[in-house]
Design a protein around this ligand. Structure first.
Ligand code: ADP
Ligand code: MG
Length: 394
């Protein structure tokens, strides 16, 4: 990576302001999935083991600049303590005299967690005063919050104006894995794009189209592409306002000699509910009163074979309503196909990662991107503010 990381410097006795992404899903005050906390452990352990004083900061949810008691980070600190096997104190602020006093008493190798940074209105506004106050706590800034790197906030970008900024290990891993897709991917390179809507993924579709050999389209967004081909899609989720964009993508692909696969058949039902009768129809024959809720067996065969013969595969977006049993077949077959690829495989997106978990094949995928929106923006070819601010390695 062109950016300097914590492995490039001596962190001993240094106060490290480490921005992590602990934006975990919570229900009734309990963490329902701690993957994001686990993903940050390598950096925290690396810094602590080398005698740094680790000051962690994260956001949780959308408190919009106010203290929202349910969005305090206490439960996160508890879980982090368990995972690290070390007591992690959580402070009730991010800046101010109490925080400064606590930090100045920290011993090397200890870890403290600040309060939810988004309790401060200065965070999302990227207020320089708030950024400077946070910077004054530390000698260096470590950004390990890849998932928040597409935001120019005080704790993800602004703070780097005051202290030198380095990538954490998760940040490094994400930028390297996703960068490998953009720079010289081994070919054939196949992108599998599904999920709900074309409008969510238009920019990434366009950027990837220039780079891939094959583009496989599934999920709800496939319906908009089927409309662009002149098919009726019944009651399926589709975006008529995106049909022209979809048609432009198909035309560009054919001019560029790219292979774009749309489902030749689909699984239809009256509604996306468990227990409803489902059947398979050809893509051009979706009944008026039905919804296309998964790719059909013919499409799966084609998609799986395209993926199997690829050397690089990126997948974002489930191919059907995988949350509901009769409509998860296409998504699970795709997970199995990716698991069997000998080349380099990357999966990104919150629902896509849930689908990979469901398949039990997480260990067979080379990189599971924790980034969500940040991963997509990266693949759109955009500079992420939280990455740009890191100092260059020299
Ligand atoms: P990710 O979180 O991986 O980026 P998205 O959020 O874009 O993925 O899309 C996931 C959602 O798309 C899932 O909730 C899934 O039910 C929905 N979806 C997939 N296929 C269809 C379809 N044919 N019709 C309606 N919704 C679909
Ligand atoms: Mg999603």
């Amino acid at each position: 990576m062109a950016k300097a990381t914590i492995r490039d410097i001596d962190v001993k006795d240094k106060r490290c302001f480490c921005r992590v992404d602990f934006n975990v899903p919570m229900k009734d005050g309990r963490i329902t999935d701690d993957s994001r906390i686990r993903a940050a452990l390598p950096t925290i352990e690396y810094l602590a083991a080398r005698g740094a004083k680790v000051i962690l900061a994260s956001h949780l949810g959308r408190p919009k600049g106010k203290v929202v008691p349910e969005l305090r980070l206490d439960a996160v600190a508890l879980r982090l303590s368990e995972l690290l096997g070390m007591k992690v104190i959580k402070l009730n602020d991010c800046v101010g005299p109490e925080v400064s006093v606590y930090v100045s008493g920290m011993s090397p190798g200890s870890v403290v967690l600040l309060e939810n940074v988004r309790f401060y209105p200065g965070e999302e506004k990227n207020d320089p005063d708030f950024a400077r106050d946070m910077a004054s706590l530390a000698d260096i800034f470590v950004n390990d919050a890849f998932g928040a790197a597409h935001r120019a906030h005080a704790s993800t970008a602004g703070i780097a104006a005051y202290i030198p900024a380095y990538a954490g290990l998760l940040m490094e891993k994400e930028v390297e894995a996703l960068g490998r897709l953009l720079e010289n991917p081994e070919r054939p390179f196949t992108a599998v794009i599904g999920g709900a809507k074309v409008s969510d993924k238009l920019a990434v579709l366009k950027n990837l189209l220039d780079r891939v050999d094959n583009l496989l389209i599934g999920g709800g967004m496939a319906n908009t592409f089927l409309m662009a081909q002149g098919h009726a899609v019944g009651k399926s989720l589709a975006e008529p306002s995106m049909v022209d964009e979809a048609r432009a993508i198909l035309e560009k692909a054919s001019l560029g000699g790219k292979k774009v696969l749309l489902p030749v058949d689909v699984v239809v039902a009256r509604s996306p509910e468990a227990g409803v009768p489902a059947s398979v129809v050809e893509a051009g024959e979706i009944p008026d009163d039905m919804m296309a809720l998964d790719i059909g067996p013919g499409a799966r065969k084609e998609y799986v074979s395209a993926v199997r013969s690829s050397k690089t595969v990126f997948w974002n977006g489930p191919l059907g309503v995988f949350e509901v049993e009769p409509f998860r077949g296409g998504t699970l077959e795709m997970a199995a196909a990716l698991a069997g690829v000998t080349g380099f495989t990357v999966v990104g997106g919150g629902d896509s990662l849930s689908a990979i978990e469901m398949s039990g094949l997480r260990d067979k995928i080379d990189h599971l991107s924790t980034g969500g929106g940040a991963s997509l923006e990266f693949l759109e070819g955009r500079e992420l503010p939280g990455v740009s601010v890191l100092i260059e390695r020299n």
